[in-house]
Design a binder for this molecule. Sequence first.
Ligand code: NAP
Length: 482
Amino acid sequence: MTFPTIAIIGAGFGGLCMAAELRRAGIDSFTVFEKADDVGGIWRDNTYPGCGCDVPSHLYSFSFEKYRDVSLRYPEQREILAYLQQVTDKYDLRRHLRTGAEIVSADYSEATGRWVIRTATGEEHVVDIVVSAVGQLHRPKLPEIAGREDFRGAAFHTARWDHGVDLTGKDVAVIGTGSSAAQLLPHVARAARHVDVYQRTPNWVVPKPGAEFGRFTRWAFSRFPFTQSLYRALTYFAADIALSPVITRGWSARPAEWVARRHLRRGVADPALRAKLTPDYPIGCKRVLIDNAFYPTLNRDNVNLVTDGIAGMTATGIETVDGKHRAVDAVVYATGFRTTEFLVPMRVRGRGGVSLDERWADGAEAYLGMALPEFPNLFLVHGPNTILGHNSNIFMIECQVGHVLNCLRMLSGPGRLEVRPDAMREYRRSLEKAIGRTVWDGCQSWYRTAAGRVTNPWPASTVRYRRLTRRSPAAAFRVTST
Ligand code: NAP
């Protein structure tokens, strides 16, 4: 099949899912453009010590290629990367893969009804369909701290871990206390002489079930493999039923807060330290941490939680607003990602040369997170308002890829497939209503733009998202032949 020709941008979970599903649908006319030298996305980029996933392994895999393991409950970075490489090979995706090919621009030509995409090296490709699957958590955000450039020791972001730097016996500063910091801190604290952890806002932290399955589960998984699928289904529904109400302050919010407070009490004995670690905003406002090692690590003699704001950095360390200067050998920026910029730095122009940057000047949005009026034949995987903090993002990706395939089925030949402005307006209305019910305006987080617009997470249950993406796209999209 040579129509439509499809460019997939990014070879992480989203891009590989799109590619594998196209192969499964018998479509071979696609290329996956990847800026790095291999597949894996964030699971290739994040190699910090302790990097793993707090979503259970069995759930954190494609439904058409279920992860099977009889012993491990949570996957580590290496296992996830190996899984993605295995999917790439099994579905024969390497022959579709162009590595070292960063797409810098995509322009829609009304004359031909096709997209012209360009790589950083100046190559040009003309395709019918573009699927951008660049993710939301891949561009490191370095903090804007006065004097940051002056620091003369080792300094790197969690997603760009410098394995050439040995932290053994060193004095280290970790800036940030999100999921990445919580995972790496126990490892850094064990190696370093001293660690200062700079916390701006405390997080809600809930306990993580044991990493290994018990004996009975291991036996059942080995003896009756279907029980692994059953476990996958159970964890999925349990998360949707019990955790998604947390974001709307629903029935499970108070029990979740209670569990988190008890976890803090059990993990940290010192009341002063506990007070510093107690959030003053509703649970679910920021991504909840699922972790057992962060609190105990803060009790260590060689770890110091600093809650005074950072005033600046010097050649030798970090100065806080109380005038204290703490000298360190290395600084780890666990400061998160540029989440609200979405396709940046790619320059995308749709019909009539309309720029995506201009369309998104007040915050990114897309119909079901996937499509925009005036940008025909362009689809986003993991686009605006599709990321989850309470269930598996792989599930959301599969919903999106399924919807894209249904959209492609509407095209019997060259044509312009575009979401209708009224469908976009209606979707925006219902999305805003759902966001209005959440607790996300109760704090500052990477879910929101600087102006306060929530552009990243999905505000309801994943069952609802599945229902919306399973509907025929015929009512929302129009096809014009070109
Ligand atoms: P993050 O959650 O955005 O955390 C960044 C941390 O840096 C926050 O504590 C933030 O404080 C702090 N920070 C940012 N700028 C600062 C500044 N100028 N001064 C002081 N502190 C500053 O980033 P992340 O930990 O890399 O995680 C990002 C997301 O990746 C997570 O929310 C999660 O969705 C995903 N993730 C998932 C897993 C998993 O196991 N599934 C593991 C790692 C990451 P404020 O809170 O005050 O902004």
